[in-house]
Design a protein around this ligand. Structure first.
Ligand SMILES: *[C@@H]1O[C@H](CO)[C@@H](O)[C@H](O)[C@H]1NC(C)=O
Ligand SMILES: *[C@@H]1O[C@H](CO)[C@@H](O)[C@H](O)[C@H]1NC(C)=O
Ligand SMILES: *[C@@H]1O[C@H](CO)[C@@H](O)[C@H](O)[C@H]1NC(C)=O
Ligand SMILES: *[C@@H]1O[C@H](CO)[C@@H](O)[C@H](O)[C@H]1NC(C)=O
Length: 557
């Protein structure tokens, strides 16, 4: 449904004001989205096609094998989000979920209000709208976690949508003592519908550009995986090995071969109307805590003797780990040890660690660089934050590299020669027992159709399978997505909802492979520190400890 604006002069003025306001807040938030503060002001506004059938046709998807196509369909089905009934236009906030009017209740449990370590805790969440009327439909995005600040303990809960306005959150009780329930409304269902629609109708709302240059001529044009057709011819930079699509409008006087760099050039402003913007208000209905209707914590007693772990009837899978005394304890079999500079060096002795992905992987490279005294970054004259980077420790024969993933990538400016797809990089590796491959690729895909992400991961998986086949000793570690700080601007590009959906895809695609997943999602959710796209040092340290515990499972490394 498209609202028609600018029918009256006052509305036009308001609209202009909002445009300027949104643009200012875009500028203000550049660095939060991992952008550098430089901002290119001459954004080309492509002609927008409103024909419904055009919506997807300007995103190119390479053909898939029958197996991959089937997998894609199953994944798309399994990640389908409950539909939120359309509100009558104009959208009014009144009938959407209001965290201030919603509440949760700790259920007494099977043992009548007594909980022991090993039990499950179940919480019923009832959502209500801004007028206090209980909601009758589902689709809200809620996050739940259990904490004990004194013990530095925390675990993520699992939320089940009953599709009738109520939700369950289920927690594993893993420590003795108090356990405080936290429930957050990330987005009301109506906001999810908006996010979903944006990816269908505006998959090109992030702007990327390339500079073309030859001799004294230079020209800059707009580039994207989803480039709207105009009269202008396209340059097709689809990767011949992986089939990853990428296009730029052809410069008028230069050839497609004259493309020398890639950079993000901002994002489209005023994507939503004023009413839709209200669905994303910090402090109102965007990442806001929901209160308890009664007590919000329970006291957990020691494990009973001979007690079996309680199985939940509501959820089938448990958490992947939890914090206790500030240390992440994985529940999947890996014993997580604490590493210091000298035990890290011992563990990595003789190893090469290749890291690929977005800035959340770069954080790991930076951690090693800052922590290991023997590891020295070799100056490749790379641009700050963009990379590539490499570090060497000659004494211990340690080699660590970082390289960002191929487009779409929001980095400010990169040579086209540095635009590499992870799958191609992996195909070029020898691998072996001294090689560790780490990647994390999620944050730059939020605004694109899911098909683009699925295909990207399918091509990486093909490369991982090949690598493990020819060099079975290679260790492959994948970092998942994590929740982040959100406001309106960030939500429309990289909401936690986009990340959650992509995270499900990642887990599905690499399921059953001999790879190690580092559950950044739960490690962030279970921690008491605020969500941040770049998790703060204690969380990074936990991730690194887990990574190293996978690289060096025995004592002493
Ligand atoms: C919603 O569904 C759940 C699960 O079936 C049920 O326990 C709950 O009572 C229902 N709530 C309402 C308000 O109908
Ligand atoms: C772009 O190039 C790829 C690889 O050569 C080709 O398969 C694809 O059809 C081309 N796309 C367009 C829109 O020309
Ligand atoms: C919790 O929400 C329910 C449903 O809206 C409402 O009936 C109840 O009064 C609320 N409890 C508190 C303590 O606000
Ligand atoms: C690092 O940890 C090891 C093993 O736990 C310990 O023996 C050593 O003293 C620690 N080194 C430093 C510098 O803390």
């Amino acid at each position: 449904m498209k609202a028609t604006f600018c029918t009256r002069r006052e509305i036009c003025a308001l609209f202009l004001f909002l445009t300027v306001f949104v643009l200012i807040s875009v500028l203000h938030h550049m660095d939060i989205l991992e952008f550098q503060p430089k901002f290119n002001s001459n954004i080309i506004m492509p002609r927008v096609s409103t024909h419904p059938n055009m919506i997807r046709s300007f995103c190119t998807f390479q053909p898939l094998s029958p197996e991959d196509a089937l997998e894609e369909r199953l994944i798309l089905d399994s990640t389908a989000w409950p539909e939120t009934p359309l509100l009558p236009a104009p959208i009014s906030l009144q009938q959407t979920s209001d965290p201030a009017h919603s509440n949760f209740t700790i259920l007494p449990g099977r043992k009548g209000g007594q909980w022991h370590v090993g039990d499950q805790l179940e919480v019923m969440i009832q959502t209500s709208d801004f007028q206090g009327r209980p909601k009758k439909s589902g689709g809200d995005f809620l996050l739940a976690s259990l904490h004990n600040r004194k013990l530095e303990a925390g675990v993520a809960g699992q939320v089940v949508d009953h599709l009738n306005g109520s939700y369950s959150a289920v927690f594993s009780l893993l420590w003795e003592g108090d356990a405080q329930v936290e429930v957050i409304l990330v987005h009301p269902g109506e906001a999810i519908s908006v996010l979903n629609r944006l990816n269908r109708e505006q998959p090109d709302r992030m702007y990327y550009k390339s500079l073309f240059r030859s001799g004294s001529l230079s020209e800059t044009t707009l580039c994207n995986a989803c480039l709207r057709p105009t009269q202008q011819p396209l340059c097709n930079y689809t990767d011949l090995r992986t089939g990853e699509p990428w296009f730029c409008y052809k410069p008028k006087s230069l050839s497609c071969d004259a493309r020398i760099n890639h950079f993000r050039a901002g994002s489209k402003a005023n994507l939503l109307n004023a009413n839709e913007n209200k669905l994303f208000q910090s402090g109102v209905n965007l990442k806001v805590y929901i209160r308890a209707s009664g007590p919000s914590s329970v006291s957990v007693l020691p494990q009973r003797e001979g007690q079996l772990k309680e199985k939940s009837s509501t959820v089938t899978s448990g958490p992947s780990g939890y914090y206790y005394q500030g240390v992440w304890r994985a529940l999947g079999g890996t014993t997580v040890r604490k590493f210091n500079a000298s035990t890290i060096s011992q563990c990595l002795k003789g190893k090469v660690v290749h890291m690929y992905g977005d800035s959340t992987i770069r954080q790991w490279f930076e951690f090693f660089d800052a922590t290991l005294p023997g590891l020295k970054e070799f100056d490749l004259h790379s641009l700050r934050r963009t990379g590539p980077y490499m570090s060497l420790d000659y004494a211990n024969n340690i080699f660590v590299t970082y390289r960002c993933h191929g487009p779409p990538i929001h980095y400010y400016s990169m040579s086209t020669r540095e635009l590499r797809y992870i799958a191609n990089e992996l195909d070029d590796l020898v691998g072996g027992p001294n090689t560790v491959v780490v990647f994390g690729i999620w944050a730059h895909f939020g605004s694109f159709p899911m098909e683009i992400y699925i295909r990207r991961l399918q091509s990486i998986r093909r490369a991982v399978v090949g690598l493990l086949d020819r060099a079975p000793g290679t260790l492959v570690v994948i970092r998942t997505a994590n929740p982040r700080y959100l406001d309106l601007f960030v939500s429309l590009i990289n909401s936690d909802w986009y990340s959650l959906q992509r995270d499900k895809v990642l887990r599905a695609i690499f399921k059953g492979l001999n790879v190690h997943l580092i559950d950044a999602w739960e490690m962030t959710l279970a921690h008491h520190l605020p969500h941040n796209i770049h998790p703060p040092p204690p969380i990074i340290r936990s991730m690194i400890n887990y990574l190293l515990s996978n690289i060096c499972p025995q004592n002493g490394g």
